[in-house]
Design a protein around this ligand. Structure first.
Ligand code: AMP
Length: 493
């Protein structure tokens, strides 16, 4: 099957051709024709299947007729995270190159004013995270009565992040006659209930189940003890990895993302971080630096990394074994994309045994151990269980390790990496504060309503650890300055 057999308009076909795609992916081939006829779609597919184009291309065709009015967007796409929303915006820019469309992005962590101006101009496409969308709506800045097409993407992720009540509310605010395109990688009961309530006789399209791991990914487990030893093991794995280009490293908790990021940086690696408590600018900077190759390692949490399309990642390291086995499939699916091969290595401590068993049962095979398995693991080593060892004692990997404090490891590292812009990751102490993302934006700090309203929602795997009391370990320097009292004059109080 070719793209020109799907019924797409000439403008869209020209843009698809310019992107270099000739053959539609299975979800595109099955979803685009009914979507063009105005049918509701229930797409069961994960990222990497081409699902973004499966809804973007028919939407572009539909948008060729008609015009947007001020404050009344014509189409609405809901995404669970800011990064996914930004990725969909990129898709509209790419595939909509021959259309004159106004695309507006409503996501937390960026200025309200610019977003409002775009909505006022009349948006053909509004891409939003649920919290920010409803904030706009509740302030009377937005009308949803003109929505012709509603897209709900990554619905199971929305569920994990506690967004389902918001989604239900949006579904009731948009006209009953709109077309709905609904995508989810899995179909837990809450999602099925949602589709039964809000989709009208949908065409069901299902591609590659979430439990399948790509055959092109070489998977391995490496046994190790607690965090300090795992950091040491990880550094050695990175240094000795074959055909290494870049790597995404997953931690289960935001706090550990920050700690590992700082540790790798201290050891002279070229590394960025991505997790839900970083402000939007820092998240985008980290992602861009990784995508354009100016940093070679990206330490992430699941929620921040879910669904991101980062082609050509050579390695995935699970610094922690995921406690939800489906996350394992999503994590390792960051490598081995688009027909390339990839390597996924998971660090396993004796406490993780039960999670490994769950993963192996989900993927239907045993993963090989590299080095000794858990039963042959020697007791924790003295040197790595306490302080971090300084510098890498093995050979440096060119391009991955920078010069700097980890001198011994970085002696031969490529200096070009040093000049690259480094995305700022929060300090470990910051990552423990649920409101860090809000407090970092001056505007948000003044008006808490601007924050993505996460405080009401259960956290997925991004456990913050114990709450930080007062200022935590950060005391502003002005509070440490001695105070000089002037002696009171006679007669003064
Ligand atoms: P998605 O599942 O939407 O995140 O897409 C995954 C990747 O596949 C993206 O990098 C797309 O640009 C790419 N892609 C989308 N459609 C096609 C296609 N028909 N042929 C090849 N690659 C595609």
């Amino acid at each position: 099957m070719k793209f020109d057999e799907l019924g797409l308009s000439q403008k869209v076909l020209t843009a698809v051709e310019a992107s270099g795609y000739t053959t539609p992916t299975p979800i595109q081939a099955e979803a685009i024709p009914p979507a063009l006829q105005g049918r509701d779609i229930l797409g069961i597919a994960q990222t990497g299947t081409g699902k973004t184009a499966a809804f973007t291309l028919p939407m572009l065709c539909r948008l060729e007729q008609g015009r947007a009015r001020a404050r009344m967007p014509r189409t609405l796409i809901l995404e669970p995270t800011r990064e996914l929303a930004a990725q969909v915006e990129e898709a509209f820019i790419k595939y909509g190159a021959n259309h004159k469309l106004n695309v507006a992005l409503l996501i937390g962590g960026v200025s309200f004013g610019d977003q409002e101006a775009k909505i006022m101009r009349g948006a053909d496409v509004l891409i939003a995270t649920p919290g920010r969308l409803l904030d706009f709506f509740d302030r009377g800045k937005l009308l949803l009565t003109g929505i012709e097409i509603l897209v709900i993407d990554e619905a199971d992720r929305m569920l994990d992040m506690g967004f389902i009540p918001d989604i239900e509310r949006v579904c009731k605010l948009v006209p009953f006659t709109r077309q709905t395109l609904f995508f989810s990688a899995t179909m837990p009961p809450e999602i099925t209930r949602l589709t039964e309530a809000f989709l009208h006789n949908p065409v069901r399209v299902e591609v590659a189940r979430a439990a399948t791991t790509a055959a092109l990914i070489r998977q391995a487990m490496v046994a190790s003890h607690g965090h300090a030893e795992k950091r040491d093991t990880l550094r050695n794995l990175i240094r000795s990895a074959e055909n290494f280009k870049n790597a995404i490293i997953f931690c289960n908790r935001k706090r550990d993302v920050a700690i590992l990021h700082r540790s790798l940086e201290k050891h002279g690696f070229s590394v960025g971080a991505l997790h839900g408590d970083m402000d939007q600018m820092a998240r985008m900077a980290s992602l861009d630096a990784f995508k354009n190759g100016s940093v070679a390692l990206l330490v992430c949490s699941d929620v921040a990394a879910r669904g991101l399309d980062i082609p050509d990642v050579s390695h995935v390291f699970n610094f922690d074994v995921p406690t939800h086995s489906e996350d394992y499939v999503h994590r390792i699916g960051r490598t081995g994309r688009a027909g390339r091969s990839g390597v996924a290595i998971t660090l396993v401590t004796p406490e993780d045994k039960k999670y490994v068993e769950q993963i192996e049962s989900l993927i239907g095979k045993e993963v090989d151990w590299e080095g000794p398995g858990l039963s042959e693991l020697p007791p924790p080593s003295e040197s790595s269980s306490g302080h971090e060892r300084r510098g890498g004692e093995r050979g440096a990997r060119r391009g991955v390790e920078r010069g700097g404090r980890g001198r011994s490891s970085a002696g031969s590292a490529a200096p070009a990496r040093e000049a690259a812009p480094k995305a700022r990751a929060p300090r470990a102490s910051e990552s423990g504060r649920p409101d860090a993302a809000v407090a970092e934006s001056p505007r948000a700090a003044r008006t808490p309503v601007y924050a993505e309203r996460r405080d009401r929602r259960p956290r997925a795997q991004e456990d913050d650890g114990p709450p930080v009391i007062g200022m935590g370990d950060h005391v502003p320097s002005f509070m440490l300055r001695p105070v000089v009292f002037k002696p009171a004059k006679v007669g003064e109080e």
